[in-house]
Design a protein around this ligand. Structure first.
Ligand code: 6GU
Length: 235
């Protein structure tokens, strides 16, 4: 699977690409992540301007449609497979595990990271990307959101995680709408806090039942919206 990330700040991704589980996935050829500096498609040298003030007034600057369309078309031509285009914006459809699972079936995804007040509307009108948000809060730019999306998608690709099953049981995956149960490792007791007896007893049926109950309790207390489907705007 290939990601093309269009950004004004390609260096933001440096540590992420080399310091995480991702590095191994890249080395093993399971995923390819290419960054593209939007500024490389600016026309005026030496300023390489990519933004301008909004018509009608208002705060901040907008990323310009001509630069962005040139960039996306050039990136598209780097590969024969057309990329699924995603524009990162707080105005987008909210990202969730289902969307991650869907993206993991694509060969190629292009992520457009906005900065400032975002892109000129005509970027969306012309390039028709899917507009995606990672939640109801505002980031300084789409780069962190792009990393969130890449991270959640890459771990779903076959061969990336050691145990092929370990992403299937995740909270929020298709078959599981509950939060994870609490887990413990050694020591058995620390500062008077003990590991629940049932986990030490070796009765696998009892352990499974305890975990299921803990998942349910946690979900009711913290995320009751998951139980009645209210959280899922995308259903
Ligand atoms: Cl995708 N971009 C920005 N700038 N802020 C966000 C976001 C994206 N998702 C949530 N907040």
């Amino acid at each position: 699977m290939r990601f093309d990330v269009v950004t004004l700040f390609p260096a933001i991704f440096d540590g992420y690409l080399t310091q995480s589980l991702l590095e191994k996935a890249i080395q093993r050829g399971l995923v390819d992540i290419q960054r593209h500096d939007l500024r490389d498609w600016a026309q005026d040298t030496p300023h390489r301007k990519v933004d301008d003030r909004p018509f009608g007034g208002g705060p901040g600057m907008l990323l310009q449609v001509d630069v962005t369309v040139r960039c996306v078309n050039a990136v598209d031509e780097l590969s024969l497979t057309p990329a699924r285009r995603i524009l990162l914006t707080p105005q987008g459809k909210r990202f969730d595990q289902r969307m991650a699972e869907d993206l993991a079936t694509s060969d190629r995804v292009m992520l457009l990271c906005g900065r400032y007040e975002g892109f000129d509307q005509r970027v969306t009108d012309i390039l028709e990307p899917e507009e995606v948000s990672i939640g109801d809060f505002v980031l300084n730019g789409g780069e962190v959101a792009a990393m969130v999306i890449i991270d959640s998608v890459v771990r779903l690709l076959p061969g990336v995680l050691g145990d092929e099953n370990s992403s299937v049981q995740d909270s929020f995956s298709r078959g599981n709408r509950l939060l994870e149960y609490p887990q413990y490792t050694r020591p058995r007791e620390f500062q008077g806090h003990c590991v629940p007896d049932v986990l030490l007893g070796g009765d696998h049926g009892a352990i499974a039942a305890w975990r299921e109950k803990q998942s349910r309790i946690r979900t009711e207390q913290r995320r009751s919206d998951l139980l009645d489907g209210r959280s899922d705007q995308n259903d």
